[in-house]
Design a protein around this ligand. Structure first.
Ligand SMILES: *Cc1c(COP(=O)(O)O)cnc(C)c1O
Length: 861
């Protein structure tokens, strides 16, 4: 039977416990050890066994228990002290305030389609959202002045259950704003055109420390019924729902900021979902500041920071022309642009001309763009390179900032205590040198903390499994076997991720005999905990999930293999804290970064992973294991079999023996050695503190400086840049490289090679261009590698210097149009070998931050 009306009940928090409400009203606070400890006292079962975060505990606790605590003066005192401490911490000066920069960064707006801040605020689907949540929490810890924008999904992302035959069942329970501890912002009316209708959005506010997060909500009475459901589900519906969600996020997001009187200098777009914000900014520049379109683009680009998150084509938003046409009439009307011109912004070279690619548009309009690991940066330069014709892959303007994870959200409180003792209270942002202390930390204390975390994972797993098995069998209470799965002393392997096929969760199922032997060895037992959701539309992914879940249902194996339903932040925390080994088997290089392995490493787990994403960057043999990638094998079956064999070899020969090699105290000293090395080396790298500081110094601050310059004197520089762009583009066909010659000898090592280039610039002058040598080593295939760019200097032609030359040949005069000019440079090579060079001319302008943006370059033939 379906209810006519659904409502939610929360226990009323008695007035004397107001401090609990106040703590729960800040997502940064609920992710601190102090808050977890306090809320554990309310109900240890909910906090420890169910692994709920403080909001979760408060949402589930009984009225009776709260009333009892309301009489407990000791508890009330503790709650108040904790709140005061958290408030003081929030008000104190952080890294950002302590840096002595003149005229500091004022405000950055961060825009993301999802936020994973806590399991009890289910507004995320996976890695992208959790990363956004960690970004906000770490930025708040560091005092970075952010304001964040997102959507409120009234049904969030689906909750996962498995049915009796291990198939995924998706449910979308209604969320109550009260249970999410959100505050309604009054008086903010945001409206936006969806085709013919005007849709309104209300705003909710969530506090993340000092950072406000505003979520737009169309589920309000002033909207027609279908429009109320625009952002009902995260990534729900087809393309037309998707484009509306993204209009709401980007266009509505900027209007929300304006309604709140926020004037950010910089906008950080987290993936293409947020990209439409750039279009609204352009429109704003034209309507409010009277710029023409070209000027508006130059005025907007400096302030857009864009992070791309995936090399998997399915992860990138594309819209058919018809949808752009039906949703951007207002934009074309205000900007005077045609749909064709708009489509060009989202055009993919070699793609369908009637497809609009949001990542392509965002990259074209962003002054800073980056991937999420070094390898992903490389892969993105390759993948998006065609957007910058004539630009060598290495110079495609996409860099990277490797993701990180928020320390106090993810690090187990016991492990954190060890860090505090070894490194100090500021461990989460301590520099690498100080982490060397971890290499010699007490092995007994560390092993004890690891055992405790594993035991908690097992208790958590049993509790969740119990509920799931009871539900599947239609029983009201637990069945016996679910209470005894997993061995608290056994080597525990974790694998939790989206069941996308490229992540290959089933890799180890390719050799069931070998898997059985690994799992059923009574001397050296190995056990697996799996978790993860498959996208509702991803049938092959669901099939992988079913295969794993079926394994976990096999009576012979079920005590050693568990599939944990409904992977969320609470499950992620229990898993990454409790597992000894974190397994990751993506098809290289599809995993852009991956952050769950970072969480495991931060807790003293050892990673065993394909060298993809972050692991490619920071792996060393002392920190864990690398599964080789057979990327030279084209046949995917054969490739998977080869990689699976190597994975078994690693387990059988290295991982299992190392874990069970104990000294006379029962401690696996060599294992612990590796854990200490991994913690010492990786902790200062995987932390989100490092990530947000890097974004601040490398992306936000330079963007704000550019923004201040470009906006001076009513956008004077944007105007001059736009007109220079026109002039340069018009004259560029006249730019030619006539010849490139050397002084005629192979240089011996250390001696220089002088290069001379003759060029013509047509209507342009030498100050409009930079002439450069691009040189490097030459490989066996004859291609340039490890290239360096070196500027060349204009030199007078000695043959024309002769005073006896009476002709007055104008081609020697650089100011004359059409003159032939000479540029020279000397290359010095330190190492022996085969080298080569080529030359190019690129445009120059004092306000042009990246020559690549003009799409003009001339290479020597
Ligand atoms: C950390 C986390 C992710 C992202 O992990 P990946 O390694 O990128 O797959 C996804 N979901 C949850 C619940 C997480 O905690």
């Amino acid at each position: 039977m379906k209810p006519t009306v659904t409502y939610s009940v929360l226990a009323a928090v008695p007035a004397s416990l107001a401090a609990l409400q106040a703590i729960a009203a800040d997502v940064a606070w609920i992710n601190t050890a102090a808050a977890r400890e306090l809320f554990r006292e309310i109900d240890p079962h909910l906090a420890d066994i169910e692994g709920l975060d403080p909001i979760g505990v408060l949402n589930r606790v009984s009225q009776g228990r709260l009333d009892e605590l309301a009489q407990d003066s000791k508890f009330i005192g503790r709650a108040e002290t904790t709140l005061t401490e958290l408030q003081q911490r929030s008000a104190s000066a952080r890294w950002f305030q302590q840096r002595n920069t003149a005229d500091p960064l004022r405000r950055v707006a961060y825009i993301s389609a999802e936020y994973g801040l806590a399991a009890s605020v289910p507004q995320y689907s996976g890695g992208l959202g959790v990363l956004a949540g960690d970004h906000l929490k770490a930025a708040a810890d560091q005092g970075i002045p952010l304001v964040a924008i997102g959507l409120f999904y009234r049904h969030g992302y689906f909750r996962q259950q498995l049915d009796r035959v291990s198939r995924q069942v998706e449910q979308f329970p209604a969320l109550s704003p009260a249970a999410l501890r959100m505050e309604r912002v009054s008086g903010a009316d945001i409206s936006i055109e969806f085709g013919e209708t005007k849709v309104h959005a209300a705003l909710w506010k969530l506090n993340v420390g000092t950072i406000p997060l505003y979520l737009l909500d169309t589920g309000i009475d002033s909207n027609a019924a279908p429009d109320q459901l625009v952002a009902d589900r995260l990534y729900g519906g087809g393309s037309d729902q998707r484009i509306r969600q993204e209009l709401l996020l980007g266009v509505g997001g900027l209007r929300a900021l304006r309604a709140l009187s926020e004037t950010p200098e910089v906008f950080h777009l987290n993936e293409g979902h947020a990209g439409f914000l750039a279009l609204e900014l352009i429109r704003e520049m034209m309507v409010d500041h009277g710029l023409n379109y070209d000027e508006a683009v130059e005025a907007v680009r400096p302030r857009i920071v864009f992070t791309t998150h995936t090399p998997v084509p399915a992860g990138i938003d594309r819209f058919p022309r018809a949808l752009i046409e039906s949703h951007f009439a207002w934009w074309c009307r205000d900007t005077g642009r045609t749909i064709d011109q708009l489509m060009e912004l989202g055009f993919e070279p070699d793609g369908d001309p009637d497809t609009f690619n949001l990542a392509a548009m965002s990259l074209r309009l962003a002054g800073w763009a980056g991937g999420v690991s070094q390898l992903h940066g490389e892969v993105s330069r390759e993948m998006f390179g065609p957007l910058w014709p004539g630009v060598a892959t290495a110079e495609v303007p996409i860099t990277s900032v490797t993701n990180g994870v928020h320390a106090s959200t993810w690090v187990d409180d016991g492990i954190a205590q060890i860090f505090r003792n070894a490194i100090g209270d500021d461990w989460s942002s301590a520099p690498a040198e100080r982490w060397n202390a971890m290499a010699t930390t007490d092995e007994i204390a560390l092993w004890t903390a690891r055992n405790d975390a594993r035991s908690r994972l097992i208790a958590f797993t049993r509790a969740r499994l119990n509920r799931a098995v009871a539900r599947r069998r239609g029983l009201s209470t637990a069945t016996s076997w679910a209470n005894t799965v997993l061995d608290p002393e056994a080597l525990t392997i974790g694998f939790a991720r989206r069941f996308a096929t490229y992540k290959r969760a089933t890799l180890m199922l390719r050799d069931l005999d070998r898997l059985h032997r690994l799992l059923t060895n009574s001397e050296c037992p190995v056990q697996f905990v799996f978790a993860g959701k498959a996208h509702p539309a991803d049938e092959p992914g669901k099939e992988y999930l079913r295969a794993i879940a079926a394994l976990a249902d096999d009576p012979e194996l079920r005590s050693r293999v568990v599939f944990l339903e409904d992977y969320d932040i609470d499950a992620g925390r229990a898993l990454t804290q409790g597992c000894d080994v974190w397994l990751n088997t993506p098809l290289r290089p599809m995993e852009a970064c991956g952050t769950s392995g970072m969480k495991s490493a931060y807790n003293g787990g050892l990673n065993c992973s394909v060298l993809d994403g972050w692991w490619d960057e920071w792996f060393t043999p002392e920190r864990g294991w690398a599964i080789p990638s057979a990327d030279w094998i084209d046949d995917s079956e054969a490739r998977d079999t080869a990689e699976s064999d190597w994975l078994f070899d690693l387990f059988e020969r290295e991982i299992v023996p190392l874990f069970y090699d104990r000294d006379d105290r029962g401690i696996p000293v060599h294992w612990i050695d590796r854990v200490r090395t991994s913690l010492a080396g990786l902790s200062p790298l995987v932390t989100a503190d490092r990530m947000v500081r890097t974004y601040t110094t490398e992306a936000y601050e330079p963007a704000a400086r550019r923004q201040r310059l470009i906006s001076e004197n009513s956008y004077e520089r944007a105007k001059s840049l736009a007109s220079a762009r026109q002039r340069l583009t018009h004259a560029w066909p006249g730019v030619r490289i006539l010849s490139a010659t050397t002084d005629g000898r192979d240089p011996i090592r250390g001696a220089g090679l002088m290069v001379t280039i003759e060029v013509q610039l047509g209507d342009l002058t030498p100050s409009d261009v930079v002439v450069e040598l691009v040189h490097g080593s030459v490989d066996v295939a004859g291609s340039l590698h490890e290239t360096q760019v070196q500027a060349m200097a204009m030199t007078p032609d000695p043959s024309r210097d002769r005073p006896s030359d009476p002709s007055g040949d104008p081609s020697g005069d650089p100011s004359a149009k059409g003159a032939t000019l000479r540029y020279t440079a000397t290359i010095t090579n330190d190492l022996p070998g085969s080298f080569g060079f080529t030359a190019r001319i690129v445009p120059a302008h004092p306000d042009l931050a990246r020559w690549q943006d003009l799409g003009l370059v001339t290479w020597s033939a």
